[in-house]
Ligand binder design. Structure first.
Ligand SMILES: [Fe+2]
Length: 255
């Protein structure tokens, strides 16, 4: 199913190679995540029914996910326009691709495939605190959708949490961001001894431009998933100050 970008999941069209890719990626990440993955994420894998032996069926996942937090998956062919993306999040709908990278692309793919979108993003949507943040974040971003500067700031928050966030669990730092969860290289890099890991700080995160084409320079650690939702009033206050020009985000670019 990887030569086109389907709008619906035709499960019978998955090939043996697709299943081999899914199984290999799943088993490889499972080994890493048993050591470094958030316990909340690991428990959620079972809640949404993911395993190495079957490519997730969106209909079945929705049957499991919807009663837990009200979230649903919908198929998209690829990256979604910001207005559509945030609108879907506000409605508790996560847009995900249903095609898989080829065997030749196992270790590197330029655009997010199903392994990133589904394995990386979906399990935590079964967690009430994470799910509540995602919905509220989407609603907040939708309010500012015509303001490119503000959407840029909010994208930084999404990047350093939903994509590359880390969490402290029982005095250990674990990974939960989908960009780490779905990538063996990023997972190892994020926990390496010389990698910069900072305490979650909204005011700081909103000042940091990010790059999508390299491993991250730094990661931010939350104490618990409710911290994300509870940070949104501070985000709103910073945005309002920014609009009133009482603070500046014209710091030099990090990269
Ligand atoms: Fe992602």
């Amino acid at each position: 199913m990887n030569r086109n970008r389907p709008m619906t999941q035709n499960y019978e069209l998955y090939t043996r190679e697709d299943l081999r890719v899914w199984r290999t990626l799943f088993e490889r990440q499972e080994q890493l995540l048993l050591l470094h993955g958030s316990t909340t994420y690991l428990n959620a894998i079972d809640k949404v029914g993911f395993n190495a032996d079957a490519i997730p069926n969106f209909t079945e996942v929705n049957t499991l996910l919807q009663p837990l937090t009200g979230w649903q998956l919908t198929v998209v062919p690829g990256l979604v326009e910001p207005k559509d993306f945030f609108g879907l999040l506000a409605d508790k709908i996560f847009p995900a691709t249903c095609w898989l990278r080829t065997w030749a692309e196992l270790d590197y793919i330029e655009e997010p495939d199903m392994f990133h979108d589904v394995f990386g993003h979906v399990p935590l949507l079964a967690d009430a605190n994470y799910a509540r943040f995602m919905q509220a974040f989407g609603a907040m971003a939708l309010q500012w959708i015509d303001d490119e500067e503000i959407i840029n700031l909010l994208s930084r928050l999404y990047w350093f949490t939903v994509e590359f966030g880390m969490i402290k669990e029982q005095d250990e730092v674990k990974v939960y961001g989908a960009g780490i969860i779905s990538s063996p290289g990023e997972a190892m890099h994020s926990v390496a001894a010389n990698t910069e890991r900072l305490l979650f700080n909204v005011a700081e995160i909103l000042t940091i431009p990010y790059r999508t084409d390299v491993m991250q320079d730094r990661y931010f650690i939350i104490d618990c998933f409710s911290q994300l939702y509870n940070a949104l009033p501070e985000v709103a206050a910073i945005i309002n100050n920014f609009k009133e020009q009482t603070i500046s985000f014209q710091k030099p670019l990090v990269s």
